[in-house]
Design a protein around this ligand. Structure first.
Ligand code: CU
Length: 451
């Protein structure tokens, strides 16, 4: 379940940016040729690992992250054939790439069929097999094998212009389907029973999802591309809307990337489903882990019957398509909290611990009655070398204890802890923004929230 080297290589190549225009003729053909041949031999080329499990392995092997706190992140040896070690400014290159994407990339690409890049941008078809599987506890999950079905299902990824051909194997005795948001599909790939698009019990069925790049319509008008943080879910179990399938776990993240987008080191999928997170309630909600400085991609999805707000402590993102500012004058507001309602999805990237340091940080629904009843979890930012920062384990232990007892214990016990700096637990945790030391930050967060 790797976001395999083809996808990574493609992204890295585009990530080089600055003089990719001149490099295109030689490099593009290599990169895209590799991608085009990927599906046959590597059917999971479009995939990264299941949301609840960090995808660090998939990305860490192919990406170099230069550490936290730096707006400029170097990459080395981004292209195997690209001539050795090279440090580039990803953010500035990204801005350059965006401009090129409009003037020399996507638009030209959509109307040209002869040049190398244009041909590449037509995309490739990736074929995968997904399994819908009954899980313990009357739950269901999607998996790339019957044995690895999870809640949420695997993160599916494609580049704008690509097609994803999904063979869905229904191993259950229930009617179900897979229905995507954000991409292009025909009615027979809709996943909706009224279109006769579903898997009967035990049935195998193919679904085809297409995507497209931004194109110029006329004048200054542009037709949006498919890029975005989307999602997929059942639309047939229980009711014609898949209400039973959704509540029981048949959902996952779908990412359509624009060429040139920065690829993350890790991915976390967080689904606010009714009053649970990934069908779990604190303290059994997923603990997402990253090392200080790693680029972390969050994909947030809402399902069920309630409105929610998604909040991560001590990390902020740009409220745009990617979550990172795409230029010095990018007008996107910077937020650390965003509505996450049924059917919604968004994603963003942050650098773990940037400006705040490592520690056990919290993510949660900010509707108070929701966080109080278990819609909360931990974002553990380890030290850059992977070791635990001071106080983090204690914070995790508090989180895992009874919530109110833990809060009381945190306050009572703070004075006696060896780390005197950790004693300033507060009644509210919303202000956990100050650039504190790691030990202070954790106790501050967790002693304060009582989660
Ligand atoms: Cu909520």
């Amino acid at each position: 379940m790797r976001n395999d080297n083809v996808v990574s290589r493609l992204g890295r190549w585009w990530g080089r940016g600055a003089d990719r225009r001149s490099a295109a003729a030689s490099a593009a053909s290599t990169a895209f040729a590799g991608e085009a041949t990927a599906p046959a031999s590597m059917p999971d080329a479009a995939l990264s690992s299941a949301g609840a499990v960090s995808a660090g392995g998939a990305f860490a092997g192919s990406l170099d992250s230069a550490g936290g706190g730096e707006p400029v992140i170097g990459r080395r040896g981004a292209v195997e054939s690209g001539g050795g070690a090279e440090q580039v400014r990803r953010r500035s290159l990204l801005a350059a790439a965006g401009v090129l994407g409009l003037t020399g990339g996507a638009v030209t690409v959509a109307t040209t069929t002869s040049s190398g890049p244009a041909k590449a941008a037509e995309g490739v078809t990736k074929k995968i097999t997904m399994y819908a599987v009954a899980l313990p506890g009357n739950q269901f999950g999607y998996g790339l094998t019957p044995e690895t079905a999870t809640i949420p299902g695997p993160v599916l990824e494609m580049y704008e212009g690509d097609t994803l051909e999904i063979t869905l194997v229904n191993t259950t005795n229930q009617r179900l389907s897979i229905h995507p948001h954000g991409v292009d599909y025909s009615t027979d790939s809709d996943g909706a029973p009224f279109n006769n698009s579903f898997n009967a019990p035990g049935e195998t069925r193919k679904y085809v999802w297409r995507s497209h790049e931004m194109t110029a319509t006329s004048g200054r008008r542009f037709t949006p591309g498919s890029a975005g943080y989307w999602h997929y879910h059942d639309h047939a179990m229980g009711t014609d809307h898949g209400t039973a399938g959704l509540i029981k776990g048949l959902y996952g993240a779908l990412i359509v990337r624009r060429r040139g987008d920065i690829l993350p080191d890790k991915q976390f999928t967080v689904v606010f489903n009714d009053m649970q997170i990934n069908n779990k309630v604190a303290p059994n909600t997923p603990m997402f882990e990253a090392n200080l400085g790693q680029r972390v991609e969050w994909i947030a999805i809402g399902h069920g019957n309630f409105f929610h707000t998604f909040h991560v402590h001590a990390h902020r993102w740009a409220d745009n398509r990617t979550g990172y500012l795409e230029g010095p004058s990018d007008p996107s507001p910077v937020v650390d909290n965003k509505d996450l309602n049924p059917g919604n999805s968004f994603g963003f990237q942050v650098v773990a611990g940037e400006a705040v340091g490592p520690g056990a940080w919290m993510y949660h629904c900010h509707v108070q009655s929701h966080s109080d009843t278990g819609m909360a979890g931990i974002f553990l930012v380890r030290n850059a070398d992977g070791t635990m920062p001071p106080g983090a384990q204690e914070a995790i232990d508090r989180f895992n204890g009874h919530q109110h007892a833990a809060a009381a214990a945190a306050k009572a016990g703070a004075q006696s802890q060896a780390n005197a700096g950790a004693a300033q637990s507060q009644a509210t945790a919303g202000a956990a923004q100050s650039p504190t030391t790691a030990g202070t930050a954790q106790t501050h967060v967790h002693g304060g929230t009582g989660q």
